[in-house]
Design a protein around this ligand. Structure first.
Ligand code: PEP
Length: 249
């Protein structure tokens, strides 16, 4: 019912030449992968090379962040219209590394999400609890707060165009994956928030991805959970053969 989204977040890895080389290997491996949407999010500097490399394929290119304004004195930021001009179609918003190291808050996540939508990009909005939150039994409280202060500021029409990624911070880049059951439970919590705010239609149709140490050998069990509508993959998306096997789980 919900088309899965298999997304790769390259973080701060690869040059434009390495990007081109990745797609040379990756393209033929996913040319028949029509069961899902495929999105690769390279660093800003590689967006052009990625867009050139995916021309004529079903693979989409996304940014890892987006400015909350169209233009202005915001050194180091890249705006929605600029991303669209270069050929991007998606933007990750509120990744935990942005929240942890660059002062991203639920409020700026909302602003950036709105900017992505205004530019016509699909935002992949990340939420997720830290290890100490989970250990203190605060997972639901944290997810609720992130949803209420961030995503829930969208109108129902805006909400219909976003993808949510549940990424427990303790599972990102650590090799510790949430069990499929833990991930599904968190997805149900998030879907419950969506239901309470936007009603049953949006709660049924929104795609919620899981992210956190997804690898070729654990993707199948995660995707077997009906609650999990795709994955957001960091480290394992850097290898074309490995990421293609995740896409083709
Ligand atoms: C990520 O960067 O969104 C991520 C989930 O990283 P990793 O797969 O490396 O844990």
């Amino acid at each position: 019912m919900r088309t899965p989204v298999m997304a790769g977040n390259w973080k701060m890895y690869k040059t434009p030449a390495e990007t081109t080389a990745f797609f040379e290997k990756f393209r033929p491996l996913v040319e028949k992968s029509e069961h899902c949407e495929i999105v690769i999010c390279p660093p800003f500097a590689n967006l052009g090379a990625a867009v050139d490399a995916v021309k004529g394929t079903r693979v989409c290119v996304g940014a890892q962040n987006i400015a909350w304004d169209r233009e202005g004195a915001f050194t180091g930021e890249v705006s929605g219209p600029m991303l669209v001009a270069v050929g991007a179609t998606h933007a990750i918003v509120g990744h935990s590394e942005r929240r942890q190291y660059f002062g991203e808050t639920d409020e700026t996540v909302l602003q950036r999400t709105e900017a992505a939508l205004e530019a016509g990009l699909t935002p992949i909005v990340c939420v997720g609890e830290r290890l100490e939150d989970r250990e203190h039994g605060a997972t639901k409280t944290v997810l609720t707060a992130q949803f209420t202060r961030g995503i829930a500021g969208l109108t129902v029409d805006q909400f219909a165009k976003i993808v949510i990624a549940y990424e427990p911070v303790w599972a990102i880049g650590t090799g510790k994956t949430a069990t499929p059951e833990m991930a599904a439970e968190a997805h149900r919590m998030i879907r419950g928030q969506v239901w309470a705010k936007y009603g049953s239609g949006p709660a049924t149709s929104v795609r919620i991805l899981y992210g956190g140490s997804v690898k070729p050998d654990n993707v199948k069990s995660l995707m077997a959970q009906p609650e999990i509508d795709g994955v957001l993959v960091g480290g394992a998306s850097l290898d074309p053969v490995g990421f293609a096997s995740i896409v083709n789980f």
